[in-house]
Structure formats: C-alpha cells, structure tokens
Design a protein around this ligand. Structure first.
Ligand code: ATP
Ligand code: MG
Length: 180
C-alpha cells in the first residue's frame, strides 16, 4: 500500500517567506520547508493497481496554467483546540477548475467522492493541544501576509511516508498543464 495525495509544489523562494512566519507556539510542529505544498486531493492508502488507475486518470487531466497568490494566515480548529496553522491561497477560478477536474478523475479511477469543501492552503504547522488564545499573536502579526503571484504550470502526485521523524513526501509523477 502507498499513501498518496495530489498537490502543488511551491517555488523555491517561497519556502523562506513561509518558514519566516514561524513563532513560539506551544504544541506547534512546524512543517519543514521542503514539505510545504498545497493539497488538491488527499487520496490515502491505496494498492498498486489503484495507484496505476489513478495515474492513468490524472494523466488525462489538462487545464490552462495559472498564477496563484498566497494571502493571510489562518487556522483550523476542532473541539476547542487548534489543529493547524496555514497560509491562505487567494480564491482563483483556474485553481478551482483544476481541482474539480482532479476530483472527477479520482472518482473515475474508483475513489469515493471527497465530501469536504475545497479550502486551499499551505499548512505551516500542525498543533497538539494548542488553545486558540495561544495563536492570537501569530494571527495578529501575520494578518497582512502576502506574496506576489507565482506561476503554476504543473500538478503532481505525491507519496507520503509517515515516520517518527515526520512525513516524507516524494513527488512521484508530475502532470504538466496547458498541453493542449
Ligand atoms: P502527519 O499525518 O504525520 O502529520 P502529514 O499530514 O504531512 O503528516 P499526510 O497525512 O500523508 O501527511 O497528508 C498529506 C497531505 O494531505 C497533507 O497536506 C495533509 O494535510 C493532507 N491530508 C491528510 N489527510 C487528509 C484528509 N483526510 N483530508 C484532506 N486532506 C488530508
Ligand atoms: Mg496527516
């Protein structure tokens, strides 16, 4: 079995801007620079045959290249605890179009539909037992965060190996945009 997700990598220079947002937050595990990404579709554990079907379906996805802007920071929480901190991705119709095409491809390859609404973001930290009050400064300090538009000319299938030192992602297949 292999753990997979579909996502977008980020340009080199962006990593430093994003790791520059790190601060002292109890319970926060900051994502290593090389792991920063935008998830388009989480797949989870699949066998080799399902992975091959998925690859074949993704190969048929084409969409125009586009540009993205990162803006603002935010967090996800549940049961009164912060689960993650992230940098936001500005709403973009071309991104939504690509994500919808990928969702269709996943279902065509036999995956169950993703029930959750697409909320594009770059996860900066995962948190354990962090109270919302502890991130007030982080949110206030970086409310104006933004980076200039950067080009997106491919999406990729990543594998994720979960280990004690954290997840190791491998960019298994790259699917260029704008082929037709
Ligand atoms: P760890 O789980 O050890 O903290 P991780 O979250 O980086 O590591 P994965 O769990 O393999 O690694 O997740 C890969 C990507 O998919 C991450 O961007 C993660 O946020 C996202 N993801 C994981 N599970 C889901 C899910 N159930 N729904 C949507 N996205 C998910
Ligand atoms: Mg995870």
């Amino acid at each position: 079995m292999i753990r997979l997700f579909v996502g977008l990598g980020l340009p080199e220079g962006l990593g430093e801007r994003l790791t520059g947002l790190r601060g002292q937050i109890p319970g926060a595990r900051w994502v290593p620079r090389e792991n920063l990404h935008i998830t388009l579709r989480f797949i989870g554990e699949v066998d080799e045959e399902a992975a091959a079907d998925l690859d074949a379906a993704l190969m048929r996805v084409d969409a125009p290249p586009f540009e993205l802007v990162l803006r603002d920071v935010g967090h996800f929480e549940s049961r009164g605890r912060v689960r993650s901190l992230w940098a936001g991705v500005e709403r973009d119709p071309a991104l939504e179009h690509l994500q919808a095409r990928i969702e269709t491809a996943c279902q065509r390859a036999g995956m169950a539909p993703e029930g959750r609404k697409f909320h594009p973001h770059v996860t900066l930290a995962r948190c354990r037992d962090t109270r919302t009050a502890r991130i007030a400064d982080f949110l206030a300090d970086h409310g104006g965060f933004g980076v200039p538009a950067f080009p997106v000319d491919a999406f990729a299938l990543y594998s994720s190996a979960l280990g004690r030192g954290g997840a190791v992602y491998t960019r298994e297949v790259e699917y260029p945009l704008g082929r037709t």
